[in-house]
Design a protein around this ligand. Sequence first.
Ligand SMILES: CC(C)(COP(=O)(O)OP(=O)(O)OC[C@H]1O[C@@H](n2cnc3c(N)ncnc32)[C@H](O)[C@@H]1OP(=O)(O)O)[C@@H](O)C(=O)NCCC(=O)NCCS
Length: 228
Amino acid sequence: MLPAAALPLPQPTPRATVRVRRLWQSIHSWGLRQAAAYVFQLDDLTLPGSSRDDSLPDGYVFRDVCWEDLVDCVATSGTTLDEYRRRWQHGGRCYAVFRNGQAAHSGWLHFGSIYVRGLGFLIEADLSTCYVYNIVTAAEHRQRGLYRNSQRKLTAMLRTHGVRRMTQVVMATNVIPQIVLPQLGYRLVHSVRHSSLFGWKMTTVRNPAGRVISRRLFCRTPKTVFVI
Ligand SMILES: CC(C)(COP(=O)(O)OP(=O)(O)OC[C@H]1O[C@@H](n2cnc3c(N)ncnc32)[C@H](O)[C@@H]1OP(=O)(O)O)[C@@H](O)C(=O)NCCC(=O)NCCS
């Protein structure tokens, strides 16, 4: 070990740098929010890989959820029963994979236009488009094929109900759906970048080639569309 006198002396950081750094940290903690996501779309619900009815592991049952089941699903999803009821009352529906009466996997469906608040992103659609969101497999049931297989079962179910297009938004940090969705026939249609500072928001939407399709600076959430 070197004697203390032989160690290089720490260089003092210039005061201006320290101030700029502190200001930037404050801005971050006061209100700068950033998010990036990809939008995937399934245009053909009859594609063989999209809706094959593979079986689930023993004891797991896939089905759509009724109002009375919501309370059994909420624990998996990291949200509240009030939020579940709000979604339901706006025409949303829930599907789940149950095991011993408890939801092991669940997801939500919204038909028509929807505004994704965390991205400042509006998806304009008619009722034949289903937006799938809040998909979760409970930690103790992961890596047993519940996500992949229930997406296929869901597609088959929605097809029989006349749905013609399915859309999902995946956060850029969330790798598994970015791998699985293209394998299920989804294609990447947009990337979305969002920043928000003190209530002012900016959302940039690009096509898969990276060309900017829209860029909006705004501060209000739309009132006439369902917000998630
Ligand atoms: C993403 C998520 C839904 C996957 O659920 P799951 O039921 O474990 O997924 P599956 O068992 O169907 O696995 C699908 C694929 O991902 C792979 N995978 C799943 N978890 C993995 C992990 N932790 N590490 C590496 N690969 C993984 C599986 O191996 C499988 O690939 P394969 O079929 O080629 O073997 C689950 O991890 C989760 O709930 N995450 C938190 C919420 C979330 O991210 N939701 C998705 C929002 S779009």
